[in-house]
Design a protein around this ligand. Structure first.
Ligand code: XLS
Ligand code: NI
Ligand code: NI
Length: 481
């Protein structure tokens, strides 16, 4: 196993990192506290590699025992007529991989990445951005996702925050080169205290105004970086109690906000897809974008259905009491499946644990939906997933992503097997074949009224109801894993 180099930072850094959570929006602290002896400078430069000893990750096949190799994900291999990398369109989530520090409500951060200096300065943001692109290059993916406030420090004014963002984005643009781009960007409208009642759904008009300005800027930088989508996740767009909430007015405000985003997208010539990411709760008790069906209804009610798609996150699906497969199918059947935040929850824990997906059966179901959807482009799979608090080696960042990518690759291979074999599709076809009849066709065409149906019921008498063959379906599915 690889050893972490540059591990000079001690408990003092832990404390600073901890404080950094609380003060992450405060801005320009000095970059390299002298007493820590960190390997850093004011310019954000870094000597040598961020991940020394970690090679470019290659495909070695299922028999490989190398933790730093793919066993199932073979980027250029064709499955069902499309390269694996084009089915997947994997993306690294900046906030988890480069801002996640292992802190939780009960404990201090546990991760002391060698390039971090315990501040949220502009110089630190730039150094982190360099680490991000080395990581992406070594992992062999072409995409990344970010919130405005993850990648650059906030400011005392909107102008200062925007200037900080511009500086980091300019560097990101340079580091992206021609191959890498954002799968999506988004605005962080949940961390700052001003957003405690929401952004677009805040009871305070000044907050609505500020949120709009922040989204406007985040859309501009996403467009500038060549982003393919733009995400709205409304962590605070909801309520804690209906007693003090005008839900109708808040939902109207949210729709007006999204309408303005659509207009602005057109104004600046951004051709990416706008995505809404449903989540039922956390941090709010009730979030308005509860699940795919609720969000589809909201979009339809406000005439926004053609302007948005959905970003389905598997852990959010289970929080809303659905499987990920259910949410993907609901989105797909409504023509709304745009992107997947690839993660999973824990069956024993009732919150968004954001784990890397390792369940091969779940991945197979996910990929069945993706194949039925004809892929996800211009969306993809964003690893909205983080290391466990107890995983503290730099190489764990790689191992986690490799496992996530391999799991979905295995899912794709299995799903292709199931589709090529055809017996599951045949089981489903047979289950509904009584509708492949004259009367069935009339029903499906909306031409069978109750008089006609009553006549048929009398003619046929008691129907014979066949088995659903669930266990056979499960047997066929298991055989492909
Ligand atoms: C939180 C969400 C968030 C979005 C982006 O639960 O998953 O990370 O993906 O704001
Ligand atoms: Ni997400
Ligand atoms: Ni989430």
């Amino acid at each position: 196993m690889l050893e972490m180099k540059n591990m000079k930072l001690g408990p003092m850094l832990l404390l600073l990192l901890c404080l950094n959570i609380v003060s992450s929006s405060v801005g320009n602290a000095p970059t390299c506290p002298a007493d820590l002896g960190g390997d850093c400078s004011d310019s954000g430069e870094w000597e040598g590699e961020f991940f020394p000893g970690i090679p470019k990750i290659k495909y070695e096949g299922p028999s490989s025992k190398n933790p730093l190799a793919f066993k199932w994900y073979n980027a250029d291999e064709e499955i069902l007529g499309k390269k694996m990398k084009d089915w997947m369109r994997f993306s690294v989530a900046f906030w988890h991989t480069f801002r996640g520090n292992g802190g939780d409500p009960f404990g201090a951060p546990t991760k002391t990445w060698p390039w971090e200096d315990g501040t949220n300065s502009l110089a630190m943001a730039k150094r982190r951005m360099r680490a991000n692109f080395e990581f992406i290059d070594k992992l062999g993916v072409d995409r990344w996702c970010f919130h405005d406030r993850d990648i650059a420090p906030d400011g005392k004014t909107l102008e200062e925050a925007n200037a900080n963002l511009d500086e980091v984005v300019a560097l990101a643009k340079e580091l992206q080169g021609t191959k890498i781009k954002p799968l999506w960007g988004t605005a962080q409208l949940f961390m700052h205290p001003r957003y405690m009642h929401g952004g677009a759904t805040s009871s305070e008009v000044g907050v609505y105004v500020y949120a709009a300005a922040q989204v406007k800027k985040a859309m501009e930088v996403t467009h500038y970086l060549g982003g393919e989508n733009y995400v709205f996740w409304g962590g605070r767009e909801g309520y804690q109690t209906l007693l003090n909430t005008d839900m109708g007015r808040e939902l109207d405000h949210l729709a007006r906000f999204l309408e303005a985003a659509v207009a602005y997208k057109k104004k600046i010539g951004f051709n990416g897809t706008l995505l809404i990411e449903p989540k039922p709760q956390e941090p709010t008790k009730h979030q308005y974008d509860w699940d795919a069906a609720t969000t589809a209804n909201f979009l339809r009610k406000y005439g926004l259905i053609g302007e948005f798609k959905l970003n389905i996150e598997c852990n959010h699906a289970t929080l809303s009491g659905h499987s990920c497969h259910h949410e993907l199918e609901t989105a797909r059947l409504n023509g709304l499946l745009g992107n997947i935040d690839a993660n999973t929850g824990d069956p024993q824990i009732g919150w968004d644990t954001d784990q890397f997906l390792t369940d091969i059966a779940e991945a197979t179901n996910v990929m069945i939906s993706v194949i039925r959807n004809g892929g996800l482009a211009p969306g993809g799979f964003n690893f909205d997933a983080k290391l466990r608090r107890e995983s503290t080696d730099v190489e764990d960042l790689f191992i986690a992503h490799i496992t996530g990518m391999d799991t979905l690759a295995r899912g794709l291979r299995n799903a292709a097997k199931i589709i090529e074999d055809g017996s599951l599709a045949e089981l489903v076809r047979k289950r509904y074949e009584s509708f492949d009849t004259e009367i069935g066709a009339l029903i499906e065409a909306g031409k069978a009224d109750f008089d006609l149906l009553e006549k048929k019921a009398k003619e046929w008498g008691e129907p014979k109801v066949p088995s659903a063959k669930q266990e056979l379906a499960e047997m066929i599915f298991q055989c492909a894993l």
